[in-house]
Write a protein that binds this ligand. Sequence first.
Ligand SMILES: Cc1cc2nc3c(=O)[nH]c(=O)nc-3n(C[C@H](O)[C@H](O)[C@H](O)COP(=O)(O)O)c2cc1C
Length: 190
Amino acid sequence: MLNDKGDKIKANSLFEPLSIGNLHLKNRITMAPMTRGRAGKERRPNELMADYYYQRSSAGLLITEATVISKQGIGWIDSPGIFTDEMVEGWLKVTDKVKPINTPFFLQLWHCGRASHSDFHNGELPVSASAVRLNGDKIHTPRGKKPHETPRALSLNEIKETARIVIASPRFCISEMPSILRVISIKVFY
Ligand SMILES: Cc1cc2nc3c(=O)[nH]c(=O)nc-3n(C[C@H](O)[C@H](O)[C@H](O)COP(=O)(O)O)c2cc1C
């Protein structure tokens, strides 16, 4: 088999280990983050989610579904969160199950910003840095599929506070789940 430069590569390299810095993967198969919406209204990770990630832990690397970091960041039905003790407890159920397999586990953090909808926030508009509506598809809300709304522009102080939460979240996750969360990616829709 040849790569795009015409060099010969081994056909089975997908199953060979790979080291990236201090991250050691047993193979080169990575699970992309995929929102599943199985955490229920409390947004608390559960046994179903633990089984789901455990079943996929023969991959070299797991990246979780996007996980909201604050109430304000919510914007998807039944997606998990990581901003209460109960949510952390739920994630620990998942990580405890995957840990014996020793597969690096990345938690993808999420703030939906203007990609949310007032139906998720008791009628309050979703927020963004400026009042500019998202172009594109409609959004699935708890009351059905709806067009995007023009978000409320955050004040400068609110932007600073949101940035503080975004920056603090990985530290919070690492301190609560030190042995399993090696790296965290952050997805913010502003
Ligand atoms: C059902 C579904 C849920 C997804 N959820 C997320 C997500 O939570 N976070 C994210 O960054 N990407 C998410 N994606 C995007 C995927 O991770 C991936 O980037 C996309 O499917 C394109 O992959 P491909 O280039 O291999 O086809 C999702 C995709 C699908 C189909």
